[in-house]
Structure formats: structure tokens, C-alpha cells
Design a binder for this molecule. Structure first.
Ligand code: AMP
Ligand code: GLY
Length: 443
């Protein structure tokens, strides 16, 4: 069959796009999608203070959990594709709802989102499909946890089973601390999300984020990325949503990647198919490359943030067509994604105090313009009554730059950051240290 003709038919209309979410991730998706000439309008629901500076973008300030209102709005807009960014609406079944109303949706139904919304479910899934991961024990009472902690090897990683905005994972230093944090979680530290606690064997090695765009049966991979989870330089301090990233990751060799496809990605997709879960969206594999091979740390049912901001500028103009093909279950599996051979780096500017308490509402001054190879994606921002952009979250801006190598990409990102300011701005100076040849620890 002539695939070009088939492709043309599939893409007959891809003019109006909706993106659900309000972060840097959603803005970077919009930025990559607007490059495509077919696209006329992108609605971000609700978007943030920087969404409307992206070409073709308009924010719709409505609560997407209000399904009647959402439906009414969508029906008035002739929407061709809906992309759901964050995990909470996916876990709550927004994908199911929109599909039941005949929209084309990129983002799994709640059954597929369970890979992220229940860590213990995901672990049993991996065990069933023989996917390499760390050993684990599931507990739901303090007594049970005491028995397991005292009988298990140390150290253990403690995780709230449900969604906890990236804050539900602990790596305690002693058995007593392990017991203490387990008890706090079971007793309600994360509400319902901590009713079940997962105790995991601690494994070691570099971490990598892999993203598979799935159409329910086939998949294609985005370039790999490496996140920086900890708040402080030298990977110290509390876990965050991610303080910066780079892509692609040179530590992943071709043979390592093909091993990951064979041992992890394909068995995951096959197990989903076996369970009649039609996964149409991005499947995020958080991997650790251990001495005994790659292992899954976690699955997520959405693009990583800030990995998404880092990867999007590398995408070809047809990226939106590929998302659409996933939504309608029509991927070939060999589509081209990359637009260039450049590399990309992202540094997050956060509010002082994040990931714990921080203030919001500070005006942001930008003395640097975006240009080719420099994007400033807004993460936690909004506009005040006078239309001025102010801080409105823990992670405020994602500064993303591309270059022929990581030194030039990150040098540019840090140069841009010198020209951006708000009260309490904080960013790590060592993002990309793994790949910067001229990186100096004392910068
Ligand atoms: P998660 O939210 O599950 O991605 O966990 C947050 C971070 O905790 C990961 O990026 C790892 O750095 C660390 N982590 C999670 N599980 C383990 C494990 N079993 N062994 C070692 N580190 C882990
Ligand atoms: N950057 C990690 C995440 O999105 O979960």
C-alpha cells in the first residue's frame, strides 16, 4: 500500500488542538506543535502566564475536572486532537471520558495510567511480565512493615503507593528512620496515596528517562534524557520534580538501548496488550542502569517535566502528526522524529524554598529574548491584574538551549539565566555536569 497516500488521508484535518495542563511541559508541547503549518490554533486548558506568548496559543481558564463545562467548551471548538499532560487527570479517567465523547486523545485511559497511579500495581505488573526491577514488599499496616523492615536487607527505599507529586519517595539512612517514615506514610502523611506503602531494595547506577510514544500496539522512542531530581548541586538534598535535564544521553549505547527495548519496553507493551489495556499516549520509563543491567525504577503515564521541555526543541515539524497517529492507533513504528543533530539542555529556575514552602507573586524580569536555539518555557507563572508575569509555583521557568555540543547548550542557558530575575530565584549551577567537557565544579 502507498503509505504516503494513507498518511495524507489520516492527516486530513489537524487544525485545532487542545493541551490539558499548566506546566512547562504543556507549553513546550504547544511550542513544538505550533511549528506545523496544518495547525491553526492551540488551546491550553488552563495554561499559565507564558502560554499565550507561544504562536497560535490561547489559554482557556476553566477547570478541566468540571467535565460538563469542559465538554461544552470542546464541543464549541471543533477540536481535532486533545493531549492530556499531567498524571492526575489521566489517573482520574479524563481520557476515558473524552474518548467516550468521540474525541481523539493522546494520553492513556485510567487503566493504563495505573502504571503510575499505583506503584504496587506497577511492580506486580513488572513481576508478571518478567521485567527487571528492584525487589519489593507491599505493606499496609505498621505491624506488617516492622516485620518486613527488621527481616530485610538494608537499605530500603520507602514509597507511598499512590500519586504524591514526586514527593512520596524516601531513602532513609537507618532502619529506625525507615520504620519511622513508613509509619508516617501509613498514618496519613499522603492521605489515601499512602494507605499502601512499597518497600524496595535500593539499587544503584545512573538514571535515564526513556519515552515511548504508543498507539496501543506499536511504539516509537523519543531521544533519551537525564533528569536532575535533587534540589542541591552534586545531587544532594530533597527530591524535586526535576531541576534540569539534557538530551540525548551519551551513556546509553545503541546496544544498551536495544537491550532496553527487548527486556523492558516490548515486554511492557505486550503485557498491556495481554491485559486488554489499549495504551495510547506516552509511556515514560524511569530506568537505572545498574551493574547487572537496566532496571525499571518507575513508570509514568505522561511526559517527564523537565525532560519534555528539553526534548521538544529537537522534534521535527511532524511531531503533532505522530501524536495524532498514536491517538487513532495508526503508528507505523518507523516514523522520523528528529529535526537536527543538535543536543539540548534545560535548567529550571525555581522559587527559593522549593520543594518545601515558598512564596509566589513576585514579578519576573526578562532581559533576554528567545531566538533560535533558546526557549524560555514558563512552568509556574501567572499574570497579575495588570498583565505582568509573576511567579506562581515552585518551578517557575525552564530555560532550554540547543547547541552542537552540551558545553555550548549549557553555556547559553546559564548566560540567559543571568538576564532573568525574580525575588528568590534559585537554580542549580551544575545541570549537565555529566556531559559538559569544560564543566568546573567551582563555577
Ligand atoms: P520515583 O519518584 O519513583 O522516580 O523515585 C524518585 C527517585 O528516588 C528516583 O529518581 C531515584 O533516584 C530514587 N529511587 C526510587 N526507587 C529507588 C530504588 N529502588 N533504588 C534506588 N533509588 C531509588
Ligand atoms: N522529571 C521527572 C518526572 O516528570 O517525573
Amino acid at each position: 500500500m502507498d503509505t504516503k497516500l494513507m498518511t495524507k488521508k489520516v492527516y486530513e484535518k489537524l487544525e485545532n488542538i487542545v493541551i490539558i495542563g499548566n506546566g512547562g511541559r504543556e507549553n513546550s508541547l504547544a511550542w513544538a506543535i505550533q511549528k506545523n503549518k496544518q495547525v491553526q490554533k492551540i488551546y491550553l486548558i488552563p495554561g499559565n502566564g507564558g502560554s499565550e506568548k507561544i504562536k497560535k496559543c490561547q489559554t482557556l481558564n476553566l477547570d478541566y475536572e468540571n467535565k460538563n463545562l469542559l465538554l461544552q467548551t470542546l464541543n464549541s471548538l471543533e477540536i481535532d486532537l486533545i493531549i492530556i499532560g499531567p498524571e492526575i487527570p489521566l489517573a482520574n479517567g479524563l481520557g476515558n471520558f473524552l474518548r467516550s465523547k468521540n474525541f481523539q486523545v493522546f494520553g492513556p485511559d485510567s487503566d493504563g495510567a495505573k502504571l503510575e497511579s499505583s506503584k504496587s500495581w506497577a511492580k506486580s505488573f513488572m513481576r508478571k511480565a518478567n521485567i527487571p526491577t528492584s525487589k519489593f514488599w507491599k505493606v499496609s499496616s505498621v505491624k506488617e512493615s516492622e516485620q518486613i523492615i527488621s527481616a530485610s536487607p538494608f537499605p530500603l527505599v520507602v514509597k507511598a503507593d499512590g500519586l504524591a507529586s514526586g514527593k512520596g519517595v524516601f531513602i532513609p539512612e537507618t532502619k529506625e528512620e525507615t520504620q519511622q517514615i513508613t509509619k508516617e506514610i501509613i498514618n496519613g502523611k499522603f492521605g489515601e496515596s499512602g494507605k499502601v506503602v512499597l518497600l524496595e531494595e535500593k539499587i544503584e547506577g545512573p538514571e535515564i528517562s526513556i519515552f515511548a510514544l504508543c498507539d496501543g500496539k506499536k511504539y516509537i522512542l523519543l531521544p533519551s534524557a537525564q533528569d536532575h531530581k535533587r534540589i542541591e548541586e552534586n545531587d544532594k538534598g530533597l527530591n524535586t520534580g526535576g531541576m534540569g535535564a539534557y538530551s540525548p544521553t551519551p551513556i546509553l549505547t545503541k546496544s544498551e538501548l536495544s537491550k532496553i527495548c527487548k527486556e523492558i519496553i516490548e515486554p511492557t507493551i505486550n503485557e498491556l496488550i495481554k491485559r486488554n489495556i489499549e495504551y495510547k499516549g506516552v509511556l515514560y520509563f524511569g530506568l537505572m542502569i545498574t551493574k547487572s543491567g537496566p532496571k525499571v525504577i518507575e513508570y509514568n503515564c505522561r511526559f517527564g517535566d523537565p525532560e519534555c521541555q528539553t526534548i521538544m526543541p529537537l522534534m521535527d515539524i511532524n511531531f503533532v502528526n505522530i501524536l495524532y497517529k498514536c491517538a487513532i492507533g495508526n503508528l507505523n513504528g518507523d516514523e522520523e522524529l528528529l529535526s537536527s543533530s543538535k543536543v539540548s539542555g534545560c535548567v529550571i529556575a525555581a522559587s527559593e524554598g522549593y520543594p518545601e514552602n515558598y512564596d509566589i507573586g513576585f514579578p519576573i524580569s526578562f532581559n533576554h529574548k528567545e531566538c533560535e536555539d533558546v526557549q524560555i518555557f514558563h512552568s509556574g507563572t501567572s499574570k497579575d491584574k495588570g498583565g505582568k508575569v509573576i511567579t506562581d509555583g515552585g518551578r517557575v521557568l525552564s530555560i532550554v538551549c540547543q547547541g552542537k555540543d552540551f558545553d555550548s547548550a549549557f553555556n547559553m542557558a546559564y548566560k540567559v539565566l543571568k538576564n532573568i530575575n525574580f525575588d528568590g530565584i534559585y537554580y542549580r549551577r551544575d545541570i549537565g555536569h555529566q556531559v559538559r567537557k569544560n564543566y568546573c565544579k567551582d563555577l
